[in-house]
Design a protein around this ligand. Structure first.
Ligand SMILES: Cc1cc2nc3c(=O)[nH]c(=O)nc-3n(C[C@H](O)[C@H](O)[C@H](O)COP(=O)(O)OP(=O)(O)OC[C@H]3O[C@@H](n4cnc5c(N)ncnc54)[C@H](O)[C@@H]3O)c2cc1C
Ligand code: SF4
Length: 493
């Protein structure tokens, strides 16, 4: 009896359900780098390096425990470059009598898995991914019978369920949410923390060479590559964030600054998403910082809300609503994604900065994704599918379960308000208030019409006019429409 345990590229946790009950004598762990999954979209080169290098390190760590590993590299002879192809070959090699795997992070792969057992001729056990704080059943039970789903209420349930930042039945500090304290721009003289970057070892160097040779045309810079690829280094990154950045995380959470993509953000999403870190340990580390007095409540609550609230919420929506979710297009947005999303070549400085950061680091922080690249695409009516392709391709932390709802729901409002109560639309004034992008820009955020007008200004009002029939009754936009009505007709035209 040989059980083949199949570990996917984002299943790199020792506690992954696939490894439960592992018998070192008889079982084999299969890991395979498959080109088919790497070319679903043309992923950023650094993302491919992260996944392959982290997989190779994880395999090495399991091997050191005496676990039998069958590892197929991208360039191995006979690699079929598909998950099912590699599984079938491995079943043959080892005479496997059953396969164990944990559910994947993409609906497409989950759907394909339904046929695996019939294709392979052996039973395939698909286990639940327990590395999240809310199971599919828990989320479905919470969502059932609610007229509208709102992250804030879900988050409160999760606070109660986990006890995080709770003082008995009440939220710590008497409030669930300290967002009003978390909207400051960065002062010009504020010192920013040096961020922990990791020097590639021989394994990572080999993967960098492989990715450079195989995917030279993919988006983004291959080097310098400074991401952690092991759990040990990811824990160092976590400690560094908690000690150096968390105290200021809340206050400057929405701020943007030229040439500074990381600011006080965690840069932990890639590690959480591939499994090098677990969400409960990250939340616990932040909570400890509050109780030992090293970080204020507004920062710790703001940070925990991102992971316990938003991260779990978007995952819940994804699995509850897919596959129909991806096909909605409530605002009937149809325009093509402008080429400058790939080249970064635009005179709009805010977009050039956010896209440039993305090219260099495979990273841009949340407000850049939401209020710069996302906001522009929303206002300009870019097709949600094209936008989703871009977000999935360019970010190191992009996986379908988390990228899709953020892009489709939060940015494009394509789900008609299922995920967010109003579109995240803003004019140049918001970007000017929260960043230093506007001063050197060729456009002026205070100018509303004419050649020097910030494009976000006229796109914003055009968006509100164009979608009045769908958005006009939204209570949260009533002030916007009142302002619109005060504008003279000539300007509206
Ligand atoms: C259009 C768009 C696309 C996005 N695509 C992704 C994606 O593919 N993968 C991804 O992990 N995040 C995505 N996000 C959410 C968020 O922008 C990133 O999680 C965050 O920027 C990662 O950087 P950080 O670790 O420094 O996060 P921080 O700002 O420091 O936040 C801490 C952690 O909270 C979690 N988090 C925060 N916001 C969200 C959110 N909205 N959804 C899910 N988790 C969240 C992340 O795990 C993050 O590591 C997207 C947001 C937008 C607006
Ligand atoms: S003026 Fe407008 S286009 Fe230029 S950086 Fe500011 S918001 Fe962006």
């Amino acid at each position: 009896m040989t059980t083949l345990r199949f570990i996917l590229g984002d299943h790199l946790s020792r506690s992954i359900a696939t490894l439960d009950g592992l018998d070192k004598q008889h079982d084999v762990v299969l890991m395979a780098e498959v080109g088919g999954e790497s070319t679903v979209v043309g992923f950023h080169k650094q993302k491919l390096v992260l996944i392959y290098s982290a997989m190779r390190h994880f395999a090495q760590e399991l091997g050191a425990e005496g676990i039998r590993i069958d590892y197929v590299t991208l360039d191995a002879d006979g690699n079929t470059q598909t998950l099912i192809g590699e599984l079938a070959r491995a079943c043959q090699r080892h005479g496997a009598t059953q396969v164990v795997v944990t559910e994947p992070g993409a609906w497409r792969v989950r759907d394909e898995m339904k046929d695996w057992s019939a294709t392979l001729g052996v039973p395939v056990e698909i286990r639940e991914d327990r590395r999240f704080l809310c199971s599919h059943d828990q989320f479905a039970a919470w969502a059932q019978d609610r007229n509208s789903l709102r992250m804030e209420f879900f988050y409160r349930e999760m606070r109660r369920a986990t006890g995080l930042l709770m003082a008995g039945p009440q939220p710590e500090g008497g409030q669930w949410n300290f967002d009003v304290d978390n909207r400051e721009p960065i002062p010009a003289d504020k010192l920013l923390p040096e961020r922990e970057r990791f020097t590639p070892d021989a394994i990572t160097e080999a993967v960098i060479e492989l990715v450079g040779a195989r995917y030279p045309k993919n988006f983004g810079d291959l080097e310098p590559f400074g991401w952690a690829v092991t759990r040990t280094d990811a824990l160092v990154a976590l400690d560094h964030f908690i000690a150096q950045c968390l105290p200021d995380f809340g206050r400057y959470q929405d701020a943007m600054q030229s040439g500074e993509p990381f600011l006080f953000h965690a840069i932990l999403s890639p590690y959480l998403n591939v499994g090098l870190l677990l969400p409960d340990e990250v939340c616990a580390a932040a909570e400890r910082a509050f109780y030992d007095g090293s970080a204020p409540l507004n920062a710790v609550e703001g940070f925990i809300r991102q992971i316990l609230g938003w991260r779990e919420y978007v995952r819940g929506i994804y699995w509850l609503k897919m596959p129909d979710y991806a096909g909605t297009n409530a605002l009937e947005a149809k325009r093509d994604l402008p080429w400058f999303y790939w080249s970064g070549e635009t005179e709009m400085n805010c977009l050039a900065q956010a896209i440039g950061d993305t090219q260099r680091h495979a990273y841009a922080h949340h407000i850049q994704r939401l209020m710069i690249t996302g906001n522009f695409a929303l206002l300009a009516g870019i097709s949600p599918a094209q936008l989703e392709y871009w977000y999935l391709a360019v970010y190191i932390d992009a996986f379908d379960w988390v990228e899709l709802p953020n892009t489709h729901g939060m940015v494009a409002f394509a789900d008609g308000g299922l995920m967010a109560s109003k579109p995240y639309a803003a004019s140049g004034a918001y970007i000017n208030r929260m960043s230093d992008y506007c001063a050197p820009c060729r456009y002026k955020p205070s100018v509303k019409t004419g050649p020097d007008a910030c494009p976000f200004n006229y796109l914003y009002w055009n968006f509100m006019l164009e979608h009045r029939a769908k958005l006009g009754a939204n209570q949260r936009l009533s002030m916007v429409y009142r302002n619109l009505d005060r504008m003279d007709q000539a300007r509206q035209n």
